[in-house]
Design a protein around this ligand. Structure first.
Ligand code: ADP
Length: 220
């Protein structure tokens, strides 16, 4: 079919994860076509998403009729029904969808999804579990990880209080970089060598995941 606007994204499965993805995309002004075989869910999201269709996405003919080949990007948010998840990714891949994101429940499930054509496999429960573990054990309040490298929001540790960053030796001693800082109630700003952190400040730091975890465990 004709190409859709790149702003238009296909979401399969309107369970908890899929509906959260779809509604967030709408908030970001994207167009979302969603498919779910459950009539009740289709009904529930009909007025909130651009287009909602009831169909079984393991049925290639049904997918063809819906014109899924015209989407550049798709999210397959079917989790518990592994067979349906795999067949849907396979069908979208064969239809030529260029960027397929798929939710996996287990690493084995994720491995199969990658094999049948998912370009990005996400483990939302594992990722959130890891995040919560960090939040409850340290001052690591929020973090993003990219292949062993992390960006995190932490409370300024006592070792930095009152010392200009340029003299703190954070890079040589802790192997992290302080990217941003904010005092309570204020906005984040970039740091420079003269920046001085105080008790209660929040920092955005970057470095290897190990270094970031270590640094965030310092007393604050
Ligand atoms: P979550 O844990 O995010 O709620 P689920 O796996 O429970 O995820 O939900 C998956 C959604 O995908 C359900 O709403 C279900 O109806 C839908 N779904 C499952 N299989 C198919 C299929 N073959 N075609 C279309 N939708 C499907």
């Amino acid at each position: 079919g004709p190409r859709r606007s790149p702003e238009s994204i296909l979401v399969v499965g309107l369970g908890r994860f899929g509906s959260a993805v779809a509604l967030s995309l709408i908030e970001m002004d994207k167009e979302v076509m969603a498919i779910d075989e459950n009539a009740e869910l289709v009904q529930r999201f009909a007025s909130e998403l651009t287009h909602v269709v009831q169909a079984d996405t393991t049925d290639e003919e049904a997918l063809r009729q819906l014109g899924v080949d015209s989407f550049d990007r798709a999210v397959v948010a079917i989790g518990s029904d592994i067979e349906a998840s795999v067949l849907t990714v396979l069908a979208l891949s064969e239809a030529g969808v260029e960027e397929i994101w798929a939710k996996a429940i287990t690493p084995k499930h994720g491995k199969i999804l990658a094999r049948v054509g998912a370009h990005h496999v996400v483990y939302p429960e594992r990722a959130m579990g890891k995040r919560v573990a960090h939040q409850i054990t340290g001052s690591l309040e929020d973090y993003l990880e990219f292949e062993g490298y992390a960006l995190a929001r932490i409370q300024a540790p006592t070792v930095l209080w009152g010392v200009p960053l340029g003299e703190s030796e954070v890079r040589s001693r802790y192997h992290i970089t302080v990217v941003g800082i904010r005092a309570e109630g204020q906005k984040y700003t970039y740091t420079d060598l003269d920046t001085i952190a105080h008790r209660g400040d929040e920092l955005i730091i970057s470095g290897s995941t190990k270094a970031v975890e270590k640094f965030s465990a310092l007393p604050h």
